[in-house]
Design a protein around this ligand. Structure first.
Ligand code: ADP
Ligand code: MG
Length: 712
């Protein structure tokens, strides 16, 4: 039996034990491993607790006078929960998270040890930063970097293999102050947006204490395949996607997987996952089967952006960890399987000040005016910075997905739905008689017709859709951190708010506020409505239409990431203090290098697999056919033999595979011609996948799509 078949036999004979752990009381379990508000008040002296909460609410740096007390309480709590170690946890530019564990252990000077964790240990760490990508920001000989506690994201305990460790979310900077991570610019952009949002609301006569809240709900798609197949696919293990594999006859055509009944083995995994996430205070809410076979989704309830981004990193980590425990491999790559849907991460974004969600169409004219102003601000922001939004979701993985007939295209446009588009049109014409609902909407005087959430959410093809009380950016890739798109979104909307507020603030005394506002919004719509598109985003018609409208289209990563260092874009980020030029250039270098290395790895591996898996399989089949041909000749057959035609066909497939592999090798050796390498790799795949459809099933060494996607 070949190893594929023995894997299948094992999977088939495994019994589904009903051993799901149950929560005795899941409400009480929620957040047990988080050093959150409640725990803080239990463990901290009152005055310290009050100071810490004030720090968190205002987003200011922590007062060093309370650091020792907070650290001491955190240590006591963590040790009670079973932790022996702590780590500063940060988001370097690799896109993954980073950690280095230190134990609480310290010598007591008398030959024994004590458990110690000082305020200094809590507030600041000094990881050797030399091996993290910095894009030339630091040379390795002066590779000092430091991590600084971000108190807006609470410390928590992560458990893996029964080992409990205290995690402290931190920002990561170089000693010269340049940021080396994804969290710092995110926090900066949140602050900028919050400031401008409050300023804008002040124009509407609303003042608020405290911070504005940018919110994010990140829906996460993923694949699960049995680990026994995974370990037989060097491509999945090393690149996250299959470099070879013919799509099975049946995959998602019947549309029977989406929202289908969840298989017990999957449910058991999801149960463990939710349990783990809840304990870490992550509000996992929704779980379901996705469109492709073996594809699933988890969606938490929305939270403050910074926390939601951290939580999404933890969700991705938990997905992999828990999958392994259940003998699955969790694939987070944007396109693990060619020919079936890839995975995205829907970025649901909004902003609230006090109890007002700025993107919530309200029930009174005043709230409507705030909503419509915010809506127009987002329209302007997305139109002006569509290029940067595109750049933030670039990457070798997402290149495989964007633009296919299942994922939003690389062209950024906005979906508002029919009703809201009609309203926007009315505003543009300042109360023209074009309303489909027989109304002339006047800002500040009229009430919006009720916009049912589901009516705004029918279009699934748009990369950026209004969905009731938030915008959903759907082009983000499943493996990517949500930080980057939100940094751009926050800064871009802050810029729009800034511009509108400046105009409103300079209105002369006695001006008709709503009349003037109507003029401002109408001019925004006239300028930026080209970004609105409610039709089908898939396919050629839209590509042509978008080009006519002058919308940017950067289909591949190298073109897209260059936008980070475009002069206007550097000025834009510098104006709001989110990135400086040096930081943007370093980011560009890091992303380009990452992209190049990924393509090189894929190409090198494709070549190896062709030579060690595909070509030997075709050749063994040919040898076997040759033996049959011998037999046929011996018994007197062979004249006009169909078998000899088959032998010829397989032989020509073998030649084609050898040729395609040799060709790829030459392209790799030439270097620097990534598009040519990619095309050679695609060509090799085509030849190999065709051979898969012909070679004896017993001789094919790589688990097939029909097995990985259906046998679990
Ligand atoms: P979908 O139809 O896209 O699956 P869901 O309602 O299941 O929509 O999930 C959408 C996500 O949007 C959830 O994570 C939800 O918590 C989040 N969400 C809802 N309201 C807001 C908001 N005001 N800001 C940010 N995210 C939100
Ligand atoms: Mg969704």
């Amino acid at each position: 039996m070949n190893s594929r078949k023995s894997a299948m036999a094992e999977i088939a004979s495994a019994t589904n034990v009903e051993n799901a752990e149950r929560f005795s009381n899941f409400v009480d379990e929620f957040g047990r491993d988080v050093f959150g508000i409640k725990t803080m008040s239990d463990y901290l002296p009152k005055p310290v607790y009050k100071k810490l909460i004030a720090t968190i609410n205002t987003g200011k740096a922590i007062d060093s006078s309370i650091a020792d007390d907070v650290a001491h309480a955190m240590k006591r709590w963590a040790i009670e929960r079973g932790a022996t170690h702590y780590t500063h946890w940060f988001m370097p530019l690799t896109g993954a998270s980073a950690e280095k564990h230190d134990s609480f252990l310290e010598p007591d000077g008398e030959g024994g040890v004590i458990a110690r964790f000082s305020g200094k240990n809590l507030i600041m760490g000094e990881p050797d930063a030399s091996s993290f990508p910095s894009g030339g920001l630091r040379s390795t000989f002066e590779a000092r970097g430091y991590t600084a506690w971000d108190p807006t994201s609470p410390a928590f305990i992560k458990r893996a293999a029964g080992v409990a460790t205290l995690y402290i979310p931190t920002a990561f900077c170089s000693y010269t102050g340049e940021v080396l991570d994804k969290k710092t610019p995110l926090l900066r952009s949140m602050q900028v947006l919050g400031t401008q949002a409050k300023r804008l609301l002040k124009c509407f006569g609303k003042s608020f204490e405290g911070r504005a809240t940018v919110t994010l709900g990140a829906e996460q798609e993923y694949f699960l395949i049995d680990k026994r197949f995974y370990v037989q696919r060097p491509d999945l293990m090393q690149t996250g996607r299959t470099l070879f594999g013919a799509p099975p006859q049946r995959h998602q055509q019947l549309e029977d997987h989406y929202f289908g009944a969840i298989k017990p083995r999957i449910l058991s995994f999801m149960n463990d996952l939710d349990r783990e996430l809840w304990r870490m205070g992550i509000p996992a809410k929704t779980r379901h089967n996705e469109v492709a076979p073996a594809q699933f989704e988890i969606a938490p309830m929305f939270e403050e952006l910074n926390l939601a981004v951290d939580h999404n990193m933890l969700i991705m980590d938990a997905l992999k960890r828990i999958a392994d425990k259940h003998c699955f491999a969790c694939l987070l790559h944007e396109k693990p399987f060619a020919g079936v849907n890839g995975s995205g991460k829907h970025n649901n974004w909004s902003i609230s000040v006090g109890d007002i969600n700025l993107l919530n169409p309200g029930y009174d004219p005043h709230q409507n005016a705030i909503f419509l102003t915010s809506l127009c601000a987002v329209i302007q922001a997305v139109d002006l910075h569509a290029d940067l939004l595109r750049a933030t979701i670039a990457g070798a993985g997402n290149d495989q997905r964007l633009g296919a007939n299942e994922a939003p295209p690389a062209i950024i446009s906005m979906y508002l739905g029919e009703q809201l588009s009609d309203i926007v049109e009315q505003i543009e014409h300042g109360g023209a008689k074009s309303s489909k609902h027989g109304k002339n909407l006047k800002i500040g005087a009229d009430i919006l017709p009720v916009l049912p959430c589901d009516a705004t959410d029918r279009n699934r093809t748009s990369p950026f859709a209004f969905t009731g009380n938030k915008f959903e950016f759907r082009a983000a890739g499943s493996s990517q951190s949500c930080a980057s798109p939100n940094i751009v979104l926050n800064t871009a909307v802050a810029e729009s708010f800034d511009e509108i507020a400046t105009k409103l603030e300079s209105l002369p005394k006695g001006a008709d506020f709503h009349n003037e506002l109507q003029k401002i919004l109408s001019s925004i719509i006239r300028k930026h409505k080209k970004i609105i598109f409610n039709g089908n985003n898939y396919g050629d018609a839209w590509r042509k239409e978008a080009a006519k409208r002058g919308l940017p289209n950067y289909p591949t990563t190298p073109e897209a990431i260059k936008l980070f260092i475009k002069k206007e874009n550097i000025e834009f980020f510098e104006k709001y203090g989110v990135f400086n030029e040096v930081e943007l250039k370093s980011r560009y270098e890091v992303f380009l290098e990452e992209y190049t290395r990924k393509i090189e790895i894929e190409a090198g591996l494709a070549l190896k697999m062709a030579r060690t898996h595909v070509i030997p399989a075709i050749s063994s089949y040919l040898a076997r056919l040759g033996e049959s041909l011998e037999v046929e000749r011996r018994v007197g057959g062979g004249k006009k033999s169909k078998l000899s035609e088959l032998v010829e066909r397989v032989s020509s497939r073998l030649n084609a595979a050898i040729d395609a592999a040799d060709f790829l090798e030459r392209e790799i050796l030439k270097k620097n011609e990534l598009p040519k390498i990619i095309s050679a790799m695609n060509n090799l795949r085509k030849v190999a996948d065709a051979a898969e459809g012909e070679v004896d099933n017993d001789l094919w060494p790589l688990p097939k799509y029909c097995e990985m996607l259906f046998v679990y």
